[in-house]
Design a protein around this ligand. Sequence first.
Ligand code: F6P
Length: 481
Amino acid sequence: AGAPAVASGTYEFLVLSNRLPVDRVVGPDGESSWQHSPGGLVTALEPVMRAADGAWVGWAGQPDLDLDPFESDGIHIVPVPLSALEVENYYEGFSNDTLWPLYHDVIAPPTYHREWWDSYVLVNQRFADAAIASSAPGAVVWVQDYQLQLVPKMLRAARPDLTIGFFNHIPFPPYGIYSQLPWRTQIIEGLLGADVIGFQRTADAGNFARAVRRLLGYTTKTTNIEVPGENPRTVIAKSFPISIDSMSFEELARQPEIQARAEEIREGLGNPKTIMLGVDRLDYTKGIAHRLKAFGELLADGRLDVEDVTMVQVASPSRERVQAYMQLRDEIELTVGRINGDYATISHTAISYHHHGYPREEMVALYLAADVMLVTALRDGMNLVAKEYVATRFDESGVLVLSEFTGASDELKKSLQINPHDIDGVKDAIVQAIAMPRVEQRKRMRAMRKQVLSNDVAHWSINFLTALNRAAASQRERDTA
Ligand code: F6P
């Protein structure tokens, strides 16, 4: 309450996300260093921010770090501190044990704790305050993802001069699921503080509009939501499918050293006829167990032979202090051990499993080495790994097996689409992928490459920011009329 805060910052453009593009990590020797952050959000936004003259506001990944603003690889960084208790309650708790499972179709049961919610409100206010302090009058502030859904309303209350965008990187669930959330109305109201709310899929935007109608009774028409009040506003809720810096992946794939590394990977695996690849954060939404089950059964049935086919699974460590993730790791590693124990030979392993994150160059080499890419997520906002694979396959070979429960499946229509719950269907798709003639691979890959190369992340951010500036301008006209 009270008078709106006065702008004191200098940035005309700000991006806010829970996680910064770099993470502070402390090694076993107590030495700390900076590491590239995991996840699709950073992959997508990093090139956008390198091209923009703005600042990135976020958390550096460790509790109790009080850092001054700094520069990283050409990006201005404004760190927001979190205490150890806030990491537990706001990040591991409300963000990743309440919202994450709820927004991903309750694949794991969400936990509802009131003290987690209190922490979420408090930390969202801290992010809002950091943006308020850093932004110039009339600046554009672009808030990212489910960890910060209350920030748009907080910003609007303090700084009506700002143009406020929000983008949700993960799915927005159907009302029947969303309505479980005890704080469902506050979250919707938080988001409606934005001028434009972006979603990955048309279905997500539709789910959001329905929640607004059911909870607040506002009128919605296609992508417009009419917010009544003293100053009535029109909020746009629309899909803007996110992407990658496609050309930079292709450029890496064309480098001779990286191609040599891909060859080396193939040799290292004993030169199998087919390499299949899975790349995921170790998360229960990714359907890694379903993929392993299908592969294990194919080996058991004798439809695949371990001498011919190797599966490489990169599972990068994620949210390791959240119970559901600890359990998942045990489950996956037990299954990998069993399959290898049952089917590997001295010269050929069934599953080459890696609980690591790798630099971009190594990932591209793996994509180049992979004849078949397996994306079997049970629910995924977009899945940028699918797009990365397509972007690297400049010779138009390779097959993408893609879950219909990913945002990417709306765009990559020429992938082999599967329902990961249907294990027989996944098995058939794997066999079809391995046997696919080159001509058909080319036809499909060409179409997908056209999609990914022309709809890259620059395209995504321009589309979003154009819609945002347009919406804010027409609102200003309406306010002064
Ligand atoms: O893209 C979804 C997302 O949750 C991002 O918000 C996040 O940065 C990324 O995945 C990785 O998760 P985390 O930041 O919790 O490690």
